[in-house]
Design a protein around this ligand. Structure first.
Ligand SMILES: Cc1ncc(C[n+]2csc(CCOP(=O)(O)OP(=O)(O)O)c2C)c(N)n1
Length: 393
């Protein structure tokens, strides 16, 4: 803690470096894998409707991911990113917010969007870039955005959403509203300069933003131990002067409770909070990646035993809030729903070519118009290389 640049720390003539181990940040956890409460946790504070809402959105996300990886393998969509093994982190954190709070995502947080009510049809329209896609087919698949659900459109360059989230949250502070912004990113994105600038900016300006780091162990093929030497991402929160908590990211209830407290703190004190959720990316980085080139099957298998869906489901069964029969029925109906939505979405035409530039600027610039004409000429010259609907006026 400093005041006008001076530290208030006690003085000492005894020389000692501060050992990193002495500051190791513990991990908040409330559920064991068998669905029993752990670490002396009192789970009576979790409401049945909330727990079921979280579980159902997690299952929705798991089924969506499985279905869409298959669709990519069949050549029906070009690209996909699963959140398998990490569903608790995005879904349960979003469940602790008000639906009006802004979400700024990286690209692996489809669970948060599902929880807010983005439908199978909306997911499919975006993934098939058809004319009903809210982004008019201008984004890569999985780079969702939905103004009505307060979900900012995902950007491809890593970490750009982090300073943007601070700016947005600062705006919320100036508007004196009772809302926060929650910003998701991976531990890999936390290596970008944008992350550091954002944390400092948020702490000094006291912006009501929750930085939510999904530490899933890898940035594509780079394991966490090759990304940083300190105590994960949480230690950086402390360093920048933020309230910080490390949470078990495979424990949906711990994530939910931690985010609830973080939100209350951010609003009450008008200040940022950092949450580091420890998890594991069970799937490939994306459908363009093959993890067998950089990690062992044994390692993946070990983490399968901490599956967040299995853990929450076991607790719901024990509570008698959910049954095996209900689980099977929901799983089957979600599979049927996804398949039906996919079949419809892939037949809907692509957006018209001119929509690439309409509603971007009031009046398209000369360069933009020239590029559009070039594109039209190109499509006329090489029609055999493009889908039949490409280039329709
Ligand atoms: C500025 C920038 N650099 C590199 C990339 C390529 N890239 C895309 S995802 C990724 C790894 C990110 O890892 P992490 O933040 O841990 O998220 P995860 O994929 O593990 O969820 C990289 C390097 C990019 N998109 N943008």
């Amino acid at each position: 803690m400093t005041e006008a640049g001076y530290t208030t720390a006690a003085r000492t003539s005894e020389f000692a470096f501060v050992a990193q181990e002495s500051l190791a940040i513990p991990m908040f956890s409330v559920l064991a894998q068998d669905g029993t409460a752990c670490c002396g946790a009192d789970l009576s504070v979790v409401e049945q409707t909330v727990a079921l809402r979280i579980y159902q959105a997690m299952l929705f996300t798991r089924v969506l991911d499985e279905r869409m990886v298959a669709a990519q393998r069949q050549g029906r969509i070009s690209f996909y990113l699963t959140s398998t093994g990490e569903e608790a982190a995005s879904v349960a954190s979003a469940a602790a917010l008000s639906d009006q709070d802004m979400l700024m995502a990286q690209y692996r947080e489809q669970g948060a969007l599902a929880l807010r009510g983005f439908s199978s049809e909306q997911f499919m329209n975006q993934l098939f870039s058809n004319e009903l896609d809210l982004g008019k087919g201008r984004q890569m698949p999985v780079h969702y955005g939905c103004k009505a659900l307060h979900y900012m459109t995902v950007s491809s360059p890593l970490a750009t959403q982090i300073p943007q989230a601070v700016g947005y949250a600062y705006g919320q502070k100036l508007a004196a509203g009772e809302h926060v912004t929650l910003c998701y990113f991976g531990e890999g994105a936390a290596s970008e300069g944008d992350f550091h600038a954002a944390l400092n900016f948020a702490a000094v300006l006291r912006a009501p933003v929750i930085f939510f780091c999904r530490n899933n162990g890898y940035a594509i093929s780079t394991p966490a131990e090759e990304q940083y030497a300190g105590d994960g991402i949480a230690a950086r929160g402390v360093g920048y002067g933020l309230q910080t908590i490390r949470v078990d990211g495979n424990d949906a209830l711990a994530v939910y409770l931690a985010t609830q407290k973080a939100r209350a703190y951010a609003i009450e004190h008008c200040a940022p909070v950092l949450i580091e959720a420890m998890s594991y990316r069970l799937g490939a980085h994306s459908t363009s990646d093959d993890p067998s080139g950089y990690r062992s099957k044994d390692e993946e298998q070990k983490w399968r035993e901490y599956d967040p869906l299995v853990r929450l489901r076991a607790w719901l069964y024990r509570q008698q809030w959910w049954s095996e029969a209900e689980d099977k029925a929901l799983d089957e109906s979600l599979r049927a729903e996804m398949l039906a939505a996919m079949k419809v979405a892939e037949k809907i035409p692509k957006p018209k070519l001119r929509e690439l530039v309409t509603d971007v600027y009031d009046t398209p610039s000369v360069e933009l118009r020239r590029q559009q004409e070039d594109l039209e000429q190109h499509l006329k010259r090489y029609p055999e290389h493009y889908p039949r609907t490409a280039g329709r006026a």
